[in-house]
Design a protein around this ligand. Sequence first.
Ligand code: ADP
Ligand code: ASP
Ligand code: MG
Length: 449
Amino acid sequence: MIVCKFGGTSVGDAEAIARTAGIVGARLGRQPVVVTSALAGTTNRLLEIADQAARGQLIVALTILEELRTRHFAAIDALGVGDDAELVSDTGALFDELAHLAEALSVLGDATARSRDAVAAMGERLSAPIVAAALARIGVPAVFVDARRVLATTADFGKAEPRADEIAVACRQQLAPLVRAGKVPVLGGYIGATAEGVTTTLGRGGSDYSASLFGAAMEAEAIEIWTDVDGMLTVDPRVVPAARLIEHIRFDEAAELATFGAKVLHPSTIAPAVRKGIPVFVFNSRKPDGAGTRITFDAPRLPVRAIAGKARTVVVKVRSPRMLAAPGTMRAIFEVFERNRTSVDVVATSEVSVSVTVDDDQHLEAVVAQLSVFGDVAVERGRGIVALVGAGLGESTATMARALASLGDLRLHMVSLSATGINLTLIVDGGDVHEAMRRLHAAFFEGGA
Ligand code: ADP
Ligand code: ASP
Ligand code: MG
């Protein structure tokens, strides 16, 4: 069997959903399990509903809700599934539930991570039954399955962690029999539930991660990520239109690119696939016959496969002439980040200082307070990361020299080459990230790399 995940733009409206249904229909022989995102833009609108309601702006929140209701029912009608009484009443019931949630938030005047997840999860709770109905309409034996009954997570609302053993059991019990019976399960991505059945989300862009978790649990032959670009590209095409398709890339390279800003894949997508050795493909749902990108263990080694970048990085520097060399200090410093659930992306050290980057500054105040026992702590906001990724990078000093030279007059704040030699990360001013990506891409991919 295979897992096919469709992102927001692949289910953005009736036309896109119909195209997606055609893609699944053409894959019936491979026993697909379908994972779908919310209709494009819905999750952002839902989170606005939560924020507006919590701010006491209930009317604004309900206006957005009505806009979403209109859009979903328009898709239902245009897909020709408006006579599916169960779909219509279930969709109406979800909007009623959403309205109740908004009212509750406006009374409370506060939206907790838990209630924001309840609201955000509505996007995929709405889209999956619509996609299942659209599939059924063209003769695909699709069955909607509530992902919350399968994707078991921790209670870390907003960024819940999967509970792999429970997911494996649920997949065996609930998805495998459907697949064996020739049915096509359709689940929403991004959402899950705690052991107590409370709704959670995996964090923004998490539908890719859902797909790979289901794929790993089901030991799928392949995980297909269907999106709005031709595959993984050599750089973000919104920043550099000259971006080129990568036909074959290694798991570790893809994971690094996702971590450092290639939004096409959620950063956690690769790990479950790697554990089971399942190839991941990225395809364009507007061009179903395109070559796409194949992600496996064995793509040929290149010094530079692609470039990624992300702005809004925070650098935290700890300086201590006395303590850093002492055994155990590094561990203690990293424990501070761990305790505060803040993950560190890039690290550079000297004898008297350690600098790290984080992109989630939610708990930064506590981090800084706890780090100050080790020495002087400085926080530099408004930085950005640019990463040059290639499995053969570490063996090519010339490539690294060329990368640094191509940056020209851009100011560099930190440089780090990963020990595996697959990733050269450069910390620049946040405002320079796009220019750095353009310069690096020009140096390596536009005109004789
Ligand atoms: P979906 O809704 O299908 O999950 P996303 O918007 O999350 O789609 O991801 C696809 C987008 O990722 C593309 O439209 C593209 O702008 C962006 N992107 C960033 N870096 C890359 C890259 N290296 N390759 C391909 N797309 C990228
Ligand atoms: N709908 C969710 C989001 O917008 C999950 C996803 O699309 O992957 O973040
Ligand atoms: Mg996405």
